[in-house]
Design a protein around this ligand. Structure first.
Ligand code: AHG
Ligand code: MN
Ligand code: MN
Length: 322
């Protein structure tokens, strides 16, 4: 089985970016170790703090954020850092070539139930036309990402990553501590009858989303035999969708603060959109390509639909305003 670095070299990835990816993954291995230790590592449960989005921070959110932030701040190639758990941009090295954003721990509600959780990350080239620690560094479209990936801490620890080419899957080999290539090119099935969505939000959805689900649940016979699969960790849900097809949805809803849903553009929607699209799927927000959205703020949220191409196209056409 091939190791990560030779695969990246074969893909023509430049040495600076390879070194930076290795830095991110060094932190991921420390997180994976703590996750596997669970209560023994003292990482379960909540802190007394909230992040800027009003979410209670779990201990593992904070630990993972600190591990990633410290290791990246030590890397000369990093100009600035953004994280779900940091209110503002963290400046690193003014001459650094790259900026890195991450959701240190996605699926926090699964931490204490030994469920799927993950780390999502994205890398862009730094901009020279704005201050090194400005939020404008991160106001780049998802199509500008030079690397997008996640580490899924599941039964195995998986790395799913693209550097612009195919989405590849690696498995962490605990015997030597490295990631080995286990799926050369992920391919999202073109269609499926699986839906990944928090159905309990039905009452809060706008009418177009409700009528789409009315069709699936009751009206339209073509959806007989459909399944809902949802584990409330986007990283795990999207992994399933990429592996065996389906659509992941987090629409806008009428709850306070949710007028664009819950998923954050910078460190959730964009990296996962790039991974899904480079695996042959589709990722949209209100019918527009997620990767084409011009960001307006660091922690901006966007409604998302991503997964099997035909399912996403159908969702968009059935829910469009026309
Ligand atoms: P995070 O744990 O990083 O805050 O992200 C959780 C996100 C996403 O991963 C998941 O799909 C969604 O929140 C679940 O939200 P609901 O509990 O509202 O379904
Ligand atoms: Mn998240
Ligand atoms: Mn998170």
């Amino acid at each position: 089985m091939k190791r990560l670095v030779p695969v990246l070299k074969q893909d023509g990835v430049n040495t600076d970016l390879i070194m930076l990816i290795r830095t991110v993954l060094a932190a991921s291995k420390e997180i994976a170790f703590r996750v596997s230790q669970g209560e023994l590592a003292g990482v379960l449960g909540s802190t007394l703090d909230e992040n800027i989005q009003g979410e209670v921070q779990k201990k593992l959110d904070v630990v993972s954020n600190q591990l990633l932030k410290d290791i990246l701040a030590d890397d000369d190639s990093v100009r600035a850092i953004a994280s779900e758990e940091e209110d503002y941009v963290v400046g690193a090295h003014p001459e650094g070539k790259y900026i890195v954003a991450f959701d240190p721990l996605d699926g926090s509600s699964n931490i204490d139930i030994n469920g799927q959780i993950g780390t999502i990350f994205t890398i862009y080239e730094a901009r020279d036309d704005v201050a090194f620690d400005s939020p404008e560094q991160f106001a780049q479209k998802g199509s500008e990402q030079v690397c997008a990936g996640y580490v899924l801490y599941g039964a195995s620890t998986l790395l799913v990553m693209t550097t612009g080419g195919p989405t590849r899957c690696y498995t962490l080999d605990l015997t030597h501590g490295g990631y080995l290539l286990t799926e050369d090119e992920m391919e999202t099935p073109i269609n499926s009858k699986e839906f990944s969505v928090n159905m309990a939000n039905f009452r809060y959805w706008p009418q177009n989303i409700q009528s789409y689900f009315n069709d699936i649940l009751y009206a339209d016979e073509q959806y007989a035999g459909s399944s809902v699969r949802y584990n409330a960790a986007m990283v795990g849900d999207v992994h399933r969708v990429m592996s065996r097809g389906g659509i992941f949805l987090y629409p806008a809803d009428s709850r306070a603060g949710n007028d664009n849903g819950k998923i954050r553009l910078l460190y959730e929607a964009n990296p996962l959109a790039m991974l899904v699209e480079n695996a042959g799927g589709l990722a949209t927000s209100n019918g527009q390509s997620i990767l084409d959205i011009s960001p307006s703020s660091l922690h901006q949220r966007v409604p998302v639909a991503l997964g099997s191409k035909e399912q996403v196209l159908e969702f968009d056409s059935k829910t469009s305003a026309d």
